[in-house]
Write a new protein. Sequence first.
Length: 163
Amino acid sequence: MLNTTNTEDSRFPAAQSSGEIAVMSGMLALLEAERRVRVQMHTALKLSSGELAAMQTVLLAEPRGVVLRQRELAELLGMKHSAMSTMIDRLVGRGDMVRDAHPDDRRSIALRITDQGAERVAQTMGEVQNAILSRAGELTEDEQQIVARFLHSVAEDLTDLRA
C-alpha cells in the first residue's frame, strides 16, 4: 500500500501534497516497469531498442490511417536520418518491415510492418496490453476516463519538453 500521508519526500521537492507525492511515486514505478518491459521485449525479440521503437511506432500508426515515411519516423524517434536508414535496412532484411510506394505521394516511400513483424511485436505487446486492461477493468468507466485524460496530458507535456 502506498504511503499517502507523508507530504515531504526528497525525491519530489516540488510536490505540495501527499496525493502529488503518490502520483509521482506511481509514475516513477510505471516508468521503471516500462523500461524493464522494453528491455525484456527487445531481448526476447532479438531487436535493438531502436528497432523495437520503430516497429511499434509504425504498427500503432497504421490503424489510425497514418502512413509514415522514413524521415518522419526518424524525427518521431529523435534519430538521425542516416541511422534510421541503416536500421530500416536491417528490419527489411529480416522480413519485419517493407518499404512501399506512399499512397499519397508517388515520390515518397512508406514504411509498413509485415505480417511477420506485426506478429512478433503483437505477441509481446499483447501481454502488456492484457496487464493494463486487467487493471483498467478494476476501475469504473468514469475512473478510466479520468486516468486516460491524465495519462494523455502527462504524455503531451513530456513530449513538449523535448521541443
